[in-house]
Design a protein. Structure first.
Length: 173
């Protein structure tokens, strides 16, 4: 009988040890998640700072942006502005907007995964998407490589601002 009682106590002790181990594991995973979110936030900040520094130091897009703001009424929320650009300026601006699309897709992914606070997703990222939408349309930049939820958000924004529809595949209709 004493052996049976000892085995039960040992099994109970082992089970309590496993339970304590699981609790510590959950705590550590949560702590790592918080650190990962902080790291993502820092990377987003660094990326934005680098883009602004490149603008300030390289200046390749600044003359184009100034030209558009001075000569295209309602820019960036208007259409027809690409006609005032040279072929080189238009191509340079198109590449810039592909960079913006990549950044927006990444931001959207982070939102979908819950890695960015909800308020930033709802306000800042959607505002950036809205500000870029007319430019994407003007340059014929589609969202065919974007996630379905990103395309759906862009469809909604296009309806809100009165742009042509965006198909379920991300192309302009």
């Amino acid at each position: 009988m004493n052996t049976d009682k000892l085995n039960r106590w040992l099994a109970l002790g082992a089970n309590v040890g496993v339970l304590i181990g699981l609790i510590l594991l959950v705590y550590e995973v949560r702590q790592n998640s918080t650190l990962m979110q902080a790291q993502i936030s820092m990377e987003r900040t660094n990326t934005n700072m680098q883009i602004l520094a490149d603008f300030a130091n390289g200046g390749d897009l600044i003359p184009i942006d100034v030209k558009l703001r001075e000569q295209a009424e309602g820019f960036p929320g208007s259409l027809g502005w690409s006609k005032i650009l040279t072929a080189e300026e238009k191509r340079r601006y198109e590449f810039w907007m592909y960079v913006r699309l990549t950044e927006l897709n990444n931001d959207w992914f982070q939102c979908e995964e819950g890695l960015v606070p909800f308020e930033i997703c709802r306000n800042d990222i959607r505002a950036n998407m809205r500000r870029s939408l007319h430019r994407f349309y003007e340059l014929g930049i589609a969202f065919t490589r974007s996630e379905t939820s990103f395309i759906q958000a862009m469809q909604e924004l296009a309806r809100e601002v009165g742009l042509p529809e965006i198909g379920d595949d991300g192309s302009w209709q």
